[in-house]
Design a protein around this ligand. Sequence first.
Ligand code: PLP
Length: 390
Amino acid sequence: MKKGYFGEFGGQFVPELLVPPLRELEEAMQDIMDDPVFNRDLDGVFTEFVGRPTPICRCANLSGDLGFDLWLKREDLAHTGAHKINNTVGQALLARHMGKTCLLAETGAGQHGVATATAASVLGLECVVFMGALDVKRQSHNVRRMELLGARVEPVLSGTKTLKDAINAALRYWIAHQKNTHYCLGSVVGPHPFPLLVRKLQSVIGREARSQFLDRTGRLPDLVVACVGGGSNAMGIFHPFAGDREVQLVGVEAGGEGRPGCYHSATLSRGSFGVLHGTRTYLLQTSEGQIMPSHSVAPGLDYPGVGPEHAFLKDSGRARYDVVYDAEALEAFYLLCRKEGIIPALESSHALAWVIGNRDKIRPQSAVLVNLSGRGDKDLDIVREIESQV
Ligand SMILES: Cc1ncc(COP(=O)(O)O)c(C=O)c1O
């Protein structure tokens, strides 16, 4: 495969001024990430700070109802409550080895911003987070968390004042401050080498899950299911299973409200081929090539693009992608709360909802592994607001 590409997807479609920091990052990945010292440091942070390995658990009550075994990979139990921390502590360590003193991030819902601020704090780096002004208002709780952790939050007033505008602002900031700043991108998106770097760091999820599943059951799962925003938790759990052809990989996108004409975030299922944030992938665009607004009840899935490796997995047929609507995700959210004692993130609830919606098509002896990418405490205001509208 051509360097930086997954089939025809990926690449580095960036202004010339971004080429030097991307080259510097690629060289650092080659020089540092295979080094035993870096990996010893990373393992130490994963174990002592993040709380890895996160467990897998069998949902005893729901498995009884569904008629097949439902397992969860518990990324909700990682420090800060989601998988995002795996990526940020890894990139923060890399940045420190590169001699950088500042971490730069963009954030939508605030989860990646909190995870970056956390990693910066523990590794002694400064932190600047760009966030759309609308998201600053919607996610004030996470803004406070980032500030407590010592980060500077910069509201972005351009465009729709959401995640894609925050990424644009962060890329511009990086051009001006590349000497001392590392851009800690939050998903498997953006120009090469970010999709590869983030997948490498998030693959710890799938490596652990694969070996835990073998230990517990003596076999591999039949289905591995994960929600897809940019695609990092899905790629993290999929990648170590990619060579196991008998394991089906299912990525679940957000279909929004599901009414005709309403915005959604189902990039792979309903988008088309184009370039967004430096990478060639599927995206939501008008016939004139303008990026369309996206929408989901789950803020972390609300992005009009997707990681290029997912585009490749879809077109090659190795993974399939499907859509779940807001109402189905909410139903799954309540079900996990009431049946299993776990409050899931609304993002992860999409993956769970797909399993529930497809229960009749899943064979009775099957074992299904869902990546529970995060916990739902952050979503309680959203849920309360929806409840107040009914
Ligand atoms: C809990 C949780 N799950 C999933 C996502 C989606 O991101 P990704 O597709 O990169 O895993 C987010 C993004 O903020 C998130 O907070």
